[in-house]
Design a binder for this molecule. Structure first.
Ligand code: UDP
Length: 384
């Protein structure tokens, strides 16, 4: 298996397709194209593959660190689960985050345990459902934003304890300006199921995501070049370009800068177990960080006496930052429409992935879309 820093294979003389970005989108599309018999050159401006999924064993402790924040693979898509299992063995990880608040430590996502603890009750599932329905704000008939969605479903106490402060810190915006769809990512449960995800399959690759993406890229028709930025003039040497970077960067910010949040971390090393769980969220508004991530808990099948902890903060992205969360505020969507009109005029370029389409995508949907594009583009190009 290749090392994360080294190019995959020896030089390919006549690459036909350029893929910009060596994250999941770029790697999967490159693999599909290579399997269709096409030569592919993959470039990435960073010194490593795997994009924001990049994981690396910490030199001192050998703990697998999720360098750009926690990535827990979860999916209902049979074809995507089969695909990733072709390239890596997954360990059985279930995400059971907790929330530290001024009222105590609670189970997430909000479930029957959380409700019984917060309201000091002993409710059954049916009683809890009725109780929470009673908390919802009935005056909100057609929720238009994150706050209205949360208040209409949960009422003020649950909203303020678990969602309001976290969301303001995470997005840097008033929750009334954020789409209801962000709130709908999170389940509310009336049983004791504290699995954060509701998907059929969940896990973490035993050797990390970098090895998984490396295996996807490991094909004789794929050449990878790292530390290689993209300029549009590069595309002239190729029949087609698949671009997985941000749309606004591609068009040199001609229509302005799309809003993204970026995240950054403070690292801490401790002996033993710092927090007893992989993800501890901090929804209170007076705590400056959003969550703390203790990496060794992502691999419960490994034994580590030491521990590496990341305290996560969120801020607005500048042009120099790594991009994480597309904000998709009203002004962003208007700008996006203008960029999409420009993108439609690019004959030999396809835009793909979280940054290339400016959407808050989970890993599994990213892979599904890259597989679909790889298959259709591969067929089109191979047929000439
Ligand atoms: N969220 C929250 N409280 C939490 C966790 C999440 O209010 O304890 C909100 C917040 O707005 C966040 C969104 O739900 O951005 C989506 O959370 P998710 O856990 O899916 O975020 P990700 O893992 O993608 O960072």
């Amino acid at each position: 298996m290749m090392s994360p820093q080294s190019p995959v294979s020896s030089s390919v003389p006549h690459a036909c397709i350029l893929v910009v970005g060596a994250g999941f989108s770029g790697a999967v599309v490159a693999r599909e194209l290579a399997e269709a018999g096409l030569r592919v050159k993959v470039i990435d401006q960073r010194p490593h593959i795997a994009g924001n999924c990049f994981t690396q064993r910490d030199e001192e402790t050998q703990i697998m660190v999720h360098h750009y924040g926690p990535h827990i693979f979860n999916t209902d898509r049979e074809e995507v689960w089969a695909y990733v299992n072709r390239f890596a063995t997954f360990g059985p990880f279930i995400n059971r985050p907790k929330a530290t608040t001024r009222k105590g430590v609670f189970s997430l996502p909000v479930n029957l345990h959380t409700l019984n603890q917060l309201f000091d009750k002993r409710m059954s599932p049916a009683e809890a459902q009725k109780f929470v329905e009673g908390l919802g704000d009935k005056s909100i008939q057609n929720p238009q934003n994150f706050e209205e969605q949360a208040l209409s479903m949960l009422g003020p106490l649950l909203y303020e304890t678990f969602f309001k402060g976290y969301t303001i810190k995470q997005w840097g915006e008033d929750p009334r300006d954020l789409p209801a769809s962000i709130f709908k990512r999170l389940p509310i449960r009336f049983d004791y199921n504290d699995n954060y995800y509701s998907k059929k399959y969940q896990g973490i690759p035993l050797q990390g995501y970098t090895a998984l993406v490396g295996a996807i890229l490991d094909h004789p028709l794929i050449e990878v070049e790292l530390n290689c930025g993209y300029e549009r003039s590069l595309s002239t040497a190729y029949q087609h370009t698949v671009y997985t970077g941000s749309l606004d960067r591609y068009f040199e910010y001609a229509e302005g800068q799309l809003g993204y949040r970026t995240v950054y971390w403070e690292e801490e090393r401790v002996t033993g177990d710092a927090q007893g769980v992989a993800c501890m969220n901090y929804p209170d508004p007076d705590v400056p960080w959003t969550r703390k991530v203790e990496h060794k808990h992502f691999t419960p099948w490994e034994q580590h006496d030491q521990s590496v902890l990341y305290t996560e903060f969120s801020k607005e992205s500048t042009r120099e930052d790594e991009l994480f969360y597309p904000k998709r505020l009203a002004r962003d969507k208007e700008m996006l429409a203008r960029y999409q009109a420009l993108a439609d005029q690019e004959q030999d370029v396809t835009f793909l992935g979280r940054l290339g389409t400016y959407r808050y995508l989970d890993m599994d949907l990213t892979i599904a879309e890259a597989l679909a594009l790889g298959k259709s583009l591969g067929k089109r190009m191979a047929d000439g």
